[in-house]
Write a protein that binds this ligand. Structure first.
Ligand SMILES: [Fe+2]
Ligand SMILES: [Fe+2]
Length: 184
C-alpha cells in the first residue's frame, strides 16, 4: 500500500541521522497515530491524514535550511513523491492542503476535516512528549527561555484544538499545567 511505502521511505530518510531518527519516533509517527484516531472519530479520510502526517515536516528532515518555509517546501516534495505513484489528483490536492496549513491551527480548523485533524495531531504530539520538545527547543534556541517556547505553544494552541483532540490529551495537558506555572 502507498501509505506503507511512504512511511518506510520517510523512516529510512530520517534514520540517516540521530536527530532525524528521534524526530521520526517522537513526532512523525505520533502525528500519524493521533491524526488517524481523530480522522476516524470525526469522519475525515484517514489515508489523506496519514500521508500528510509522514510528509508534513519532511522538508526540513531532508534539509534544515528549509525550516522557515517547511510547509511550502513540504507541499512540493509531497507532490513530486506522490505523483510517481499516480496518486489521484483530487486526493493529492487534499494532502497538499493539509501540509500547507498544518502550522496554523486556526486556519486548519476552519478548512477541511483532514486539515483540522493534521494540525490538531501536530499539537497533540507536542503534549504527548514534553521531555523531547523541551530538549529540542534547548538545542535549537540559545538562552534561558528555552522551555518556555514549548509551554507557550501548548498554552496558546489548547483553546483552539477540536474537542475530540482535547478529550484525548486532557490528562497529559493537566500534568503539564501542574509542571509549568507559565501555562496556568
Ligand atoms: Fe511543521
Ligand atoms: Fe510537525
Amino acid at each position: 500500500m502507498l501509505v506503507d511505502y511512504i512511511r518506510e521511505y520517510v523512516k529510512g530518510e530520517c534514520s540517516n541521522t540521530a536527530i532525524g531518527r528521534e524526530f521520526y519516533e517522537n513526532h512523525l509517527i505520533l502525528v500519524a497515530h493521533y491524526g488517524i484516531k481523530l480522522a476516524v472519530e470525526t469522519g475525515a479520510d484517514p489515508e489523506i491524514v496519514e500521508l500528510a502526517a509522514y510528509l508534513h515536516d519532511f522538508s526540513f528532515v531532508i534539509d534544515e535550511m528549509n525550516m522557515e518555509q517547511h510547509e511550502t517546501k513540504g507541499v512540493a516534495i509531497a507532490e513530486k513523491l506522490l505523483k510517481q505513484f499516480n496518486y489521484p489528483k483530487d486526493k493529492l490536492e487534499r494532502v497538499k492542503h493539509c501540509i500547507l496549513n498544518h502550522s496554523s491551527l486556526a486556519r486548519a480548523c476552519g478548512a477541511s476535516p483532514e486539515e483540522a485533524c493534521l494540525a490538531n495531531a501536530d499539537i497533540m504530539s507536542l503534549i504527548a512528549k514534553p521531555d523531547y520538545w523541551v530538549k529540542i527547543s534547548s538545542l535549537t534556541n540559545q538562552g534561558e527561555e528555552n522551555s518556555n517556547w514549548f509551554y507557550e505553544q501548548i498554552a496558546k494552541s489548547w483553546p483552539l484544538m477540536m474537542a475530540p483532540a482535547r478529550a484525548i490529551m486532557e490528562d497529559k495537558f493537566n500534568e503539564l499545567k501542574k509542571a509549568a506555572p507559565i501555562m496556568a
